[in-house]
Design a protein around this ligand. Structure first.
Ligand SMILES: Cc1cc2nc3c(=O)[nH]c(=O)nc-3n(C[C@H](O)[C@H](O)[C@H](O)COP(=O)(O)OP(=O)(O)OC[C@H]3O[C@@H](n4cnc5c(N)ncnc54)[C@H](O)[C@@H]3O)c2cc1C
Length: 500
């Protein structure tokens, strides 16, 4: 099958590590090359002055026993290494709009009961909406792992129609139309652009169950690395790949920034597709394809304020809290500097030592890459005092806004730290420091899709830009990429066996 063929994987984000794990388990000789000093990409966490912070993945869904993510994590041999802490099942997400808080409950019945209490006249429409969400999410065999009864036609239909178009048709109440999409920062949804299918996947994923990862999501990266190594592979840091070496037919390996050549029978890139193309100098890649990839829009970037609380000062909030200045969660990515921040998401990281109080948390708000123009080309830690001033002003403004709903927040802070889209660009090389990579747009259709295959027969892509972002989207994308090596049927069979 594999004949111990060599696979070099560029990037140790979730996509790279998940592909590495699947292939290493199946006898391939895997080498993962990571440009940074730390593995994980968006799974990276950092510690400062005794507090720990997540930079990317803050919570996961569908991870209760037997649910889709649980099955996939078992298959990847991660589940045994992580502890999950359930979010409040009656309010895993709280959306604050028009002066009222709306709680999202886990499970179809609880969700519908709660929403119907807020909007009694819309009870039937809520039922209709939720059935559609479940059907569309279940229609993708990859997301639901229900290979037999998947309905790809339904899935395709709702890939081509926008969220707001569908929701406008279902509901009458304007506030409810906004509430059901109140957690849209989870997928950086844009009005008239983001497909309803994306909304359905995320809504269904977190509705089934919602958890924080105790200790931080980097435990997922470490677990995957250990599994790759257990099966004879390697994960090397500080190895920025600069070139995928190709002859007129195929690739023979990659060259790192230290001029080291890594021979490969196959290459998989977890880097942003535009960056991957920059590494390839081959006539097999047409200029028109490069132009198309360069023209695809990216999801918006994020500005984060990482909060380190005083001891026993802030009770642990076992929910994600979303708030908006206006009455709508839409269009917060378009702002003037006076209007910013138009919306924000506030979360606490779970603290296993003392579950009653939070040690750390984060406030996240959209930020356009263009806001950082004066510092393009500079490196983290060397951007100068005007950059520090910019960040402090933004952080103070964001804190003041959040304090209106969480009075005393500033007083309970020991320290805070910040990151901008430039930070994400430095740490992951994602284009424009975008949060979730390439943006899906119903008006662009297939033009904003990136294939996992390339014109070079032994070079493949993986990661959030291939299928969709997030723990489920990226793992599913890794299965798609690895199907080229093993067939999808084999991988499904292995997932079933791992969960028996
Ligand atoms: C702020 C934020 C919050 C999020 N919250 C959640 C959440 O709560 N739940 C959830 O499920 N998902 C969440 N996500 C999304 C999720 O974290 C990502 O979709 C996922 O981790 C992306 O994995 P990836 O492998 O595609 O890419 P990345 O994590 O970007 O990994 C790419 C890797 O490739 C490396 N690389 C790039 N170029 C090279 C090169 N030339 N040579 C070597 N290495 C290279 C990078 O350094 C990086 O390590 C969040 C993301 C962000 C940014």
């Amino acid at each position: 099958m594999s004949d111990n063929k060599k696979v070099v994987i560029i990037g140790s984000g979730l996509g790279g590590l998940a592909c590495g794990t699947i292939l290493a388990k199946n006898g391939y000789h895997v080498v993962v090359l990571e440009q940074g000093a730390q593995i994980g990409g968006c799974l990276q966490c950092f510690s400062r002055r005794g507090a720990r912070f997540e930079t990317g993945m803050h919570f996961v869904g569908s991870a209760a026993k037997g649910q889709t993510l649980d099955s996939l994590l078992n298959y990847l041999e991660v589940r045994k290494d992580i502890t999950l802490s359930p979010l409040n099942p009656l309010a895993y997400d709280i959306v604050s709009l028009a002066g009222q808080n709306f709680c999202f409950a886990n499970g179809r019945e609880a969700y519908l009961e709660q929403m119907s209490q807020y909007f009694p006249k819309e009870k039937d429409n809520l039922n209709k909406y939720f059935t559609l969400v479940e059907n569309v999410a279940g229609a993708s065999s990859l997301h639901s792992l229900k290979t037999a009864d998947s309905d790809e036609v339904l899935n395709m239909k709702y890939q081509m129609v926008s969220i707001n178009e569908v929701i406008d048709e279902i509901f009458n109440d304007e506030l409810l139309k906004n509430v059901v999409v109140g957690n849209l920062p989870l997928y950086a949804a844009e009005k008239d652009k983001t497909p309803f299918a994306t909304h359905a996947f995320i809504t269904d994923f977190y509705n089934q169950s919602a958890f924080r990862i105790v200790g931080g999501s980097d435990v997922v990266a470490v677990s995957l690395k250990n599994t790759i190594e257990k099966y004879g592979g390697m994960v090397l840091t500080n190895q920025k790949v600069e070139k995928i070496v190709c002859d007129e037919n195929k690739a023979s390996g990659v060259v790192s920034h230290q001029d080291t050549f890594f021979e490969a029978d196959y290459v998989i890139s977890d880097a942003h597709p535009e960056k991957t193309l920059e590494m390839i100098d081959s006539k097999l890649i047409r200029q028109s394809f490069r132009n198309r990839i360069q023209a695809i829009p990216q999801t918006v970037g994020g500005f984060s304020v990482y909060l380190h609380f005083n001891e026993n000062a802030v009770p642990y909030m076992n929910s994600n809290f979303y708030s908006y200045n206006g009455t709508s969660p839409w269009n917060c990515e378009y702002y003037t500097s006076e209007e910013w921040p138009k919306g924000w998401l506030y979360m606490h990281f779970c603290n296993s030592d003392n579950p009653k109080y939070a040690v750390s948390g984060v406030i996240l708000s959209y930020m356009q890459y263009s806001d950082l123009k004066p510092w393009f080309g500079t490196k983290s830690g060397h951007r100068g005092s005007d950059y520090e001033k910019f960040k402090t002003e933004k952080a103070e403004k964001l804190l003041s806004t959040v304090e209106r709903q969480f009075p005393g927040l500033r007083q309970s802070l020991k320290h805070y730290y910040t990151s901008t889209p430039l930070t994400y660009y430095d740490y992951t090389s994602t284009k424009d420091g975008s949060m979730y990579g390439i943006a899906k747009d119903v008006s662009l259709g297939a033009a904003c899709r990136v294939p996992h295959r390339t014109r070079i027969p032994n070079v493949f892509q993986t990661g959030q830009n291939i299928n969709s972002h997030g723990i489920l989207g990226v793992i599913v994308g890794s299965i798609v990429t690895c199907s080229e090596f093993l067939t999808a049927a084999t991988i499904y069979q292995q997932i079933r066996e791992a969960n028996q």
